[in-house]
Design a protein around this ligand. Sequence first.
Ligand SMILES: Cc1ncc(COP(=O)(O)O)c(C=O)c1O
Length: 391
Amino acid sequence: MSYDHVPDDGTNPLRRLSLADLRRRTSAKWRAYPPDVLPLWVAEMDVMPAAPVARALTEAVALGDTGYDSGTGYAQALDAFARKRWGWDGVAVERTATVADVMRGSVEMLKLVTGAGDAVVVNPPVYPPFFGFLEHEDRRVVEAPLGPGGRLDTAALEAAFRQAAAGGRRAAYLLCNPHNPTGTVHTRAELAAVAELASAYGIRVVADEIHAPLVLPGAEYVPYLSVPGAEDAFALLSASKAWNLAGLKAAVAVAGPGAADDLARLPEIVGHGPSHFGVLAHTAALRDGGEWLDAVLAGLDENRRLLGELLERHLPGVRYLRPEGTYLAWLDCRALGLGDDPAAVFLERGRVALTGGLPFRTGGAGHVRLNFATSPELLTEGVRRMAAALP
Ligand SMILES: Cc1ncc(COP(=O)(O)O)c(C=O)c1O
């Protein structure tokens, strides 16, 4: 199937591909498990690329434009997108850096403001690579678990900030906004409380906002940098999740006005990370992919509702925290009696691959993360398989 046959006509992009089309893919989602397993795990979407993205890439190939990346086009496209979509004028291009991807970019920002052995606070259950990357960089991970309903817990944050900054050490906080895996979209009041606490304890904040364009109807994305008191923070944004471009690596780091001097110390070599094709794809997505994104968001909203209905009907013991953003559903399966790792049971007996909760650490046991960025038909089949796995 070629993108030429997939017009951006406002119909649901999640419905365009058959299972046979998807099984021909060679990315992680489709190759990590045997072909009888339905994969609803890693954060890839079952969509064709938005036409402007496909066009930018095919034009680059036609031109032989396959060299190194250069310039600030990505940041400029992000700035225009942020103004139009979120009414936010905080992506000051002179305070941005194009980086390899969101995780490498987050690490590079953390390295500007902390050193080896310093603490970084995170909110488990959270995207497992947060732990892997921080530990790889010899940072001490301090947990401030999310509170009820997957919301930020101010008391837990304060305790973690106090512990992280003890002895006058430099410390940071890696915030996930919106939050993976719960799909929580932090409110302005919650983020303002974070900024106040961070200032009080001298904690530097790095906000991973990769899921920002994927906020669903009913919630509003608040850029962390737009909150009073967050001027010395950094944010990482990218078109990667919302336009399904994980294989085309690139992201933008944005420094608040109070972090400009820190960003100026970013080693020049960090700019060698992003791929030119990634930058071309992400730039086209942000510049011209708004309609396609709206169609995806409508499809995800519909799947979010459908998933609730399917679980109620087939797996009433599962607690579904209806996500406000992302295409990830965090399912509390503890009442099913499947032990700490229900994903292993769903895989073994149901032939459906979900992401197990344990690597998300505190709060992850007995949970699974389900990726609902697929067709309603495959989502229905996924829940049917989960139900079939029950004893
Ligand atoms: C919160 C979060 N950050 C980062 C990433 C990875 O992004 P990148 O490939 O740009 O590092 C993901 C991927 O799902 C994610 O959910």
